[in-house]
Design a protein around this ligand. Sequence first.
Ligand SMILES: [Fe+2]
Length: 366
Amino acid sequence: MKYEKTLPQDIRFGNGIRFKLPEVLRPGAVLIICGKHALPDIEKNLVPLLNDRKYAFAEPVSPELPLTEVAAAVSKARQINAVNFIGWGGGSAMDCAKAVAALSGADADCEDCFYGRAAVPERNNFLVLLPTSAGTGAEITANAVIVDQATGIKQSLRGPGMTADCALVDPELLQSAPPPVIAASGFDALTQALESFLSLKGDALTRQIALSAAEYLFRSLAPACRMEISALPDVARGSMLAGIAFASSGLGAVHGIGHPAGSIMHIPHGICCAILLPAVLQYNLPACRERFAELAGGLGFTSPEALIAEVIRLRKETGLPENFTMYGFSGDFIPFIVQNCRSGSMKCNPRPMDDEEVAELLRSLA
Ligand SMILES: [Fe+2]
């Protein structure tokens, strides 16, 4: 496995590491891509670091990244001849920065690349990512999850230029995230750690990293949601490690089903993960009991069942929902979810799921 091709070359972690930003940027104009709530923070924390550089903001990014926003930011990047791209925010802001950096340098068409009609071009600019939520791992991974609102299709854009050059993971940036955001994005990270460990594409190294990620997240997520600042570095570290693990191992059925389910019911990704995770773990258990026991034992649980029970308990403690009821689940959504869940993530799931099994799992969470 070639890890060096799937990870940013420069990953830096620690309180205050964002202040290294001027050192890593290349000469030339900067396009800043962030979420709606991050703007005040960026004006206070980021802009002073840019000194005399020419810079511009893309329109603030929506939580479930629309393809139209990617296209608009690509136009902006071309207008200012951006050489540096900064993605500062949660998963959608960083995903937008990855997509825009990759698509702006060549004569690429966003929609053609999104639907695989054209390849994502090689990148010849500089991309740096700073996560401010607790868990997507998007600063590490080589894909961007995008929704085409015209068709409802939510899928990953992938390509050789999608990996960031630099990730600056600063736990202090998590302090501005409200507890519900920490809970949801943290559950995304926990899901990524557990799915990575159980993935059919995992190896000894990715499992060791995923185990370590899960350990950090299990112990820090609840205190972080109670706004205990001392827990934030462990949440950020767990999230980053989960990203490093799944960038190589892939994920599983929570992510396979979660993308179309989240898209059609408009559920934030981390919440979708929290709803699906225990049910998918329970479904997978008979097919991978030995590996699951290794995971549970490594985390200090007596059995896989005890690990699943702790996931359910933690979900409750952090205020996340246990089913799709409040999102207006309807049986009419099942055909769309079944049709659009066959991503790479599903191929990594340790137990195959046929269409009826996906439908059955969804009905159990209605
Ligand atoms: Fe995820």
